[in-house]
Design a binder for this molecule. Structure first.
Ligand SMILES: [Zn+2]
Length: 200
């Protein structure tokens, strides 16, 4: 079985093939792919793709592997607001950009605060939907941190909505996912929503 997986990985197109595909798109729209300003665009686009989609090489388990037990007497939630979200919709590869607000109530274990942004980045830097991104961030925190509760809210603008079709310029898509005490306890949920209101 492992061998099979390896073959799938090896069947990824080469960098040169990816650059050729971009050149095909440039020619498809009717551009001259050989003119000076455009000649090196395929290489630049593939390099940009490496940046946009670097999340495939990142592992949530590794990001959240180092936890700390010493939280003193603090028993409240840990909330990090306005974590940058830069992702690409899986339907059009158009960017969706916004912020994530993440809260969790530790059950004895906390994680470095920067790890929350790294976690968002790892899942956002893939072909995504906002709904799945919200779910994946919450699931990873539940799985690896085992908190008493977790709340994730993402607010984002989708460029495929802004630029295409309906041309909806200021629409903000908001997704939320509540787990543990945030799901069971209405007061905890309301507190999170109050703290994140007007957060971005
Ligand atoms: Zn889209």
């Amino acid at each position: 079985m492992k061998k099979k997986l390896k073959i799938v990985k090896d069947s990824r197109p080469s960098r040169v093939e990816a650059e050729r595909a971009v050149k095909t798109l440039i020619e498809y729209i009717g551009e001259d792919a050989e003119r000076e300003g455009v000649r090196e665009t395929p290489q630049r686009v593939v390099k940009a793709f490496d940046e946009y989609f670097h999340g495939y090489g990142l592992d949530a388990a590794e990001i959240l592997s180092k936890t700390f037990r010493e939280v003193g007497d603090y028993g409240g939630p840990v909330l990090v607001k306005n974590i940058k979200v830069q992702s690409r919709c899986e339907h059009h590869l158009a960017p969706f950009i916004g912020h994530a607000h993440i809260a969790y109530v530790p059950d004895g274990r906390v994680v470095g605060l920067s790890k929350l942004s790294r976690l968002v980045d790892a899942y956002a830097s893939r072909m995504q939907t906002q709904e799945r991104l919200t779910e994946e961030v919450a699931n990873a925190l539940e799985k690896y941190l085992k908190p008493k509760g977790v709340a994730v809210m993402i607010e984002a603008e989708h460029f495929c909505m802004k630029l295409r079709g309906v041309g909806e310029d200021h629409a903000l898509t908001v997704t939320t996912r509540f787990g543990g005490i945030y799901k069971k306890d209405r007061a905890a949920r309301e507190s999170f929503l109050k703290l994140t209101a007007g957060g971005s």
